[in-house]
Design a protein around this ligand. Structure first.
Ligand code: SAM
Length: 238
């Protein structure tokens, strides 16, 4: 985990030996489960450290003001736990919900959370379109995360219902990020979101920049959102 340790340090994130050990175990378990649970196509040590662990930790570059005092965080479509679990390893005070619609991936997450002995993590097998209407989840989070979970307007429809007023979504987007944002005006208006910040992130040995798009919830999301399972994807709010 040398590469991770060194690159995180450049961002001011100093990993303790215990945290490095947690990432080593995470890597091992990812390797042994990845085929069984279709977790990731990236399995080489450099790729996992940069594209999964470091890319997940990049959210901390914009989130520190919201993380004080044990924020409540939801990671939507978390897959193998990205970006939520690396953030939990580094900021253990957060309370984290990992939401994932594929059962095998949830089994992996439950196994890993137990192995790492992490407290304050709930794994939920379900869809954002349904969980977003459950009273225990709706409008109850300070932070929502979502990486590689559909086009930007779809992610907005999944995420904004989960946030409290003043809470933020951090959407990790690729090259198309800037264009997508221009096309999301309607979704932002309808769902009660406002773009606060767009931060470019450069990962080591990667040419293409990544973008952290911070969206604040500034108005209550109407009850009808998110729409029924599959509808946000079929008919995005554009
Ligand atoms: N966020 C992870 C990452 O960046 O590595 C996983 C990304 S993967 C491309 C998208 C994940 O979202 C899949 O694991 C999929 O099962 C899950 N997913 C897709 N639609 C979802 C929904 N409506 N609700 C919850 N999870 C969903």
């Amino acid at each position: 985990m040398k590469l991770l340790l060194q690159e995180a340090k450049r961002w001011g994130i100093n990993l303790t030996p215990e945290q490095v050990e947690s990432f080593r175990i995470y890597y091992q378990e990812l390797l042994s489960w990845h085929e069984r649970a279709s977790l990731t196509t990236v399995t080489d040590p450099e790729g996992v450290q940069i594209q999964h662990f470091l890319d997940s930790l990049s959210c901390l570059l914009v989130l520190e003001p919201w993380l004080k005092g044990g924020a409540r965080v939801i990671d939507i479509g978390t897959g193998a736990g990205f970006p939520g679990l690396p953030m939990k390893i580094v900021r253990p005070g957060i309370s984290l919900v990992l939401l994932e619609s594929t059962r095998k991936k949830v089994e992996f997450l439950q196994h890993l959370v137990g192995l790492l002995g992490l407290q304050g993590v709930e794994t939920v097998w379900g869809r954002a379109e349904e969980a977003g209407h459950e009273p225990r989840f709706r409008a109850s989070f300070d932070i929502a995360l979502g990486r590689a979970v559909g086009p930007f307007p779809v992610l907005l429809e999944y995420a904004l219902p989960f946030l409290k007023l003043g809470g933020v979504l951090v959407a990790q987007r690729g090259q198309a990020g800037k264009r997508e944002i221009q096309e999301a005006t309607k979704a932002l208006d309808l769902l009660g979101g406002q773009i606060k910040q767009i931060r470019e992130v450069l990962l080591p040995n990667r040419r293409e920049p990544r973008y952290l798009v911070v969206v604040e919830k500034v108005a209550i999301t109407p009850e009808k959102y998110p729409r029924r399972p599959g509808v946000p994807h079929k008919k995005p709010l554009v």
